[in-house]
Design a binder for this molecule. Structure first.
Ligand code: C5P
Length: 238
C-alpha cells in the first residue's frame, strides 16, 4: 500500500490517503493534550506504544466478533485502517467513578458503579465536547436512533470483553472512550484507537494509574505507565 496525501491532523494522530479507495493510514503521534487542548506536551514514544496497544485490542475485539476499522499494523507508528466517516460522538463507558463523572455527580474517585454507565459527548472542540443525550443527538442529527442504540450495545459488549481480557493481566478497566465510523459499505464499525490515552487503567492491587491521567495530573512516569500496559498485554517494549 502506498501512503498518499495527509487528509487530517488531529491532536494525537494523522490520517493519510492511500492508493486504495477504501483504506487510510493512521499515524500515531507523540503529542499529548488534555483539558480540551489547554494542556499540551509530548510523551516519549507514545505514538509507537499506542499503535501497538491499539493493534492488540483491535485484533482481540475482532476475534470476539466486534467489527473495527483495523486492517493491519504497518510500522512502529502506522496502522492501515478501513476508510470511515467518523460519527461526531465520543461514547464513554464507565465501571468506576473517575474524571468528569466523579466531578459532575459528586462521587469519590474509585467508587464502584453498581451498573455500567454509558455516555455520549458531542465531538466539537469549540464547545468543549459537551455531554449530550439521545434527544440532543437527534435534534443535531449527529446519528440516527438506531445508530445510538447500536453504539451503546457495542460499548457494553466491548466493556465486558475488555474487562474479562484485562482481569488476568491485573488491570482494572475504570472507563474508556470509543469512536465509531461508517465504512464504505454503510456499516457502523469501531474506529479511532484504544490505548492509555483513551482508557483509564488501574493496577488491580495497588490501584496505581497506568494511563493518561499521569500526564493530566502531572504524576510523572507517563511513558513507563504506557510501557507497562503494553508489557501486560504481552507486547515487547523496545
Ligand atoms: O474525562 P472523563 O472522565 O469524561 O473521561 C472518561 C474516559 O474517556 C477516560 O478514559 C478518558 O481517557 C476518555 N476520554 C478520551 N477523550 C476525550 C475525553 C475522555 O479518550 N476527549
Amino acid at each position: 500500500v502506498i501512503k498518499g496525501e495527509m487528509l487530517y491532523e488531529g491532536k494525537a494522530k494523522k490520517v493519510f490517503l492511500t492508493d486504495r479507495d477504501d483504506q487510510y493510514i493512521v499515524e500515531f503521534k507523540d503529542d499529548a493534550t488534555a483539558f480540551n487542548g489547554e494542556k499540551r506536551g509530548k510523551i516519549a514514544d507514545k505514538g509507537h506504544l499506542n499503535n501497538e496497544i491499539s493493534t492488540i485490542f483491535f485484533r482481540m475485539l475482532e476475534e470476539k466478533g466486534i467489527p473495527t476499522h483495523f486492517i493491519d499494523r504497518l510500522s512502529e507508528r502506522e496502522m492501515l485502517v478501513k476508510k470511515v466517516t467518523i460519527v461526531p460522538l465520543e461514547v464513554v463507558v464507565r465501571n468506576i467513578a473517575a474524571g468528569s463523572l466523579a466531578k459532575r455527580l459528586g462521587l469519590e474517585e474509585g467508587t464502584v458503579l453498581p451498573k455500567t454507565v454509558v455516555e455520549f459527548y458531542y465531538k466539537d472542540d469549540s464547545l468543549g465536547d459537551p455531554l449530550v443525550n439521545p434527544s440532543h443527538i437527534d435534534v443535531l442529527e449527529l446519528a440516527t436512533a438506531e445508530q445510538v442504540s447500536t453504539m451503546e450495545q457495542y460499548g457494553r459488549k466491548i466493556n465486558e470483553i475488555m474487562k474479562d481480557y484485562l482481569k488476568d493481566k491485573n488491570v482494572i478497566l475504570v472507563d474508556f472512550k470509543l469512536e465509531f465510523g461508517i465504512d464504505t459499505q454503510g456499516n457502523l464499525i469501531l474506529a479511532d484507537e484504544i490505548s492509555p490515552d483513551t482508557c483509564r487503567f488501574w493496577d488491580a492491587e495497588t490501584k496505581e494509574k497506568l494511563d493518561k491521567d499521569r500526564f493530566r495530573r502531572d504524576l510523572g512516569s507517563v511513558e513507563e505507565a504506557y510501557q507497562e500496559i503494553l508489557r501486560r498485554l504481552g507486547g515487547t517494549v523496545s
